[in-house]
Design a protein around this ligand. Structure first.
Ligand code: PMP
Length: 392
């Protein structure tokens, strides 16, 4: 069959993380591998009520085809929530998408030709690497430091002809790193100066449990790139609802065309139920609940790492989001460690797939959102034991 496959399929593989998730389905394994929100916090009863009301009150209208741009009421709610956080957004510049993952596919179609130079963080979000790779761009990676990207590397990339920078400035997946205020301003200024498109992916920005909220890079940019958001981490990922803010009319129109070609529009049913849920529930107190829980779980993970990991393993200390990043001494392969850890009934994601240049072998991603404190303690204890015997 292989002669039938398009060339683009030869370079892209199944997501490594999704493959690991199959191995970790064993209930005895404590898994820090997935990127899953905590299902105990899904608003099941409220969604049930919202769905019921939608079918009672709107009925067939919720089952009809609808516009590509998305439900007007839902877009108004998204804009209003930005306003409360200090950002003015015109609802007509919002496009509702099938998860924020769809924006990455759309962006690739709209902005990337074969061999276009695209800047991503190192490490970078695997889902973006996968979505973009199908369109065969050339990735230019820039080092993600503790307070954001290395600005010299970013400027050099723009000078070398890259005209798009995709990044996750809040509690990045996979590293948990957030950009400082200074670097947010600097990134916006550089993107503006070199006329590059900044694609700001922000599914975790609302999940800050420590420190002060910081404005988006988008808010500092005069030329305005794209700002992507999602209902996955504040409500539930199963709805597959995300959005992109695209203030430039020419850009917005191209995104709409690409989305139309892909799926006509995002599910009317899920949009209508989400809108009703948002109208009839206090989402802010729900988000506060999530932050409180994830904050405790992150605290516990950091403390247990301090207690059970051997010397020589560095970690990030995220102020929000769902992930923490660990770096072992140079030369220690987390791919090899994973085999040992699985035998010890604990799992994580090795860092290498997040580096398109094949580096990062001594790193790993640990998810803290989907395990309670007892499992975090036991899992980190097991992992500490695996690392200690591995480093011997
Ligand atoms: N961007 C980032 C950085 C993510 O971590 C995720 C979820 N793994 C997504 C986008 C996609 O999220 P969704 O499609 O559920 O909105």
């Amino acid at each position: 069959m292989s002669q039938h496959f398009a060339r683009r399929m030869s370079t892209v593989h199944r997501s490594f993380i999704r493959e690991i998730l199959k191995v970790t389905a064993d209930p005895e394994i404590i898994s820090f591998a997935g990127g899953l929100p905590n299902p105990e916090l899904f608003p099941v009863a409220a969604m049930d009520a919202a769905a019921h009301e939608v079918f009672q009150d709107i009925g067939a209208g919720a089952l009809q085809y609808s516009t590509t741009e998305g439900d007007a009421g839902l877009r108004a709610i998204i804009a209003e929530r930005y306003r409360k956080r200090g950002l003015t957004v015109d609802p007509d510049t919002i496009l509702v998408t099938t998860g924020s993952q769809q924006i990455l596919d759309i962006c690739a179609k709209v902005f990337m030709d074969r061999d276009s130079k695209v800047v991503i963080e190192r490490p970078g979000y695997l889902g973006a690497i996968q979505a973009f790779s199908l369109f065969e761009p050339e990735f230019v990676t820039i080092c993600l430091e503790d307070d954001g990207p290395n600005l010299e590397e970013l400027e050099a990339a723009f000078k070398a002809g890259a005209d798009c920078f995709y990044a996750v400035p809040n509690f990045q997946n996979p590293s948990g790193v957030s950009y400082s205020l200074e670097k947010r301003k600097a990134v916006a200024a550089l993107a503006d100066r070199y006329d590059a498109l900044f694609v700001e992916d922000d599914p975790y920005g609302e999940l800050r449990f420590l420190g002060e909220d910081l404005p988006s890079v988008f808010s500092f940019s005069e030329k305005k790139g794209l700002l992507c958001g999602s209902f996955s981490k504040i409500a539930a990922p199963g709805f597959r609802l995300g959005w992109v803010v695209a203030p430039r009319k020419d850009v917005y129109d191209k995104l709409v065309i690409a989305k139309q070609a892909a799926d006509l529009h995002t599910s009317t049913v899920t949009q209508t139920i989400m809108r009703r849920y948002m109208e009839t529930n206090d989402i802010e107190s729900h988000v506060a609940l999530i932050k409180e829980r994830y904050g405790r779980q992150r605290e516990c993970m950091v403390e247990m790492i301090g207690r059970y990991f051997p010397e020589g393993v560095d970690i990030t200390r995220p102020e929000g989001g769902m992930f923490l990043w660990a770096t072992m001494p140079e030369g220690c392969s987390s791919m090899e460690l994973l085999d040992m850890a699985i035998k010890d009934k604990v799992a994580f994601v090795p860092g290498r797939p997040f580096f398109v240049d094949g580096s990062g072998d001594n790193t790993m991603r640990l998810n803290f959102s989907n395990s309670d404190e007892a499992r975090i303690e036991e899992g980190i204890k097991r992992l500490g034991k695996s690392i200690a015997s591995f480093l011997k």
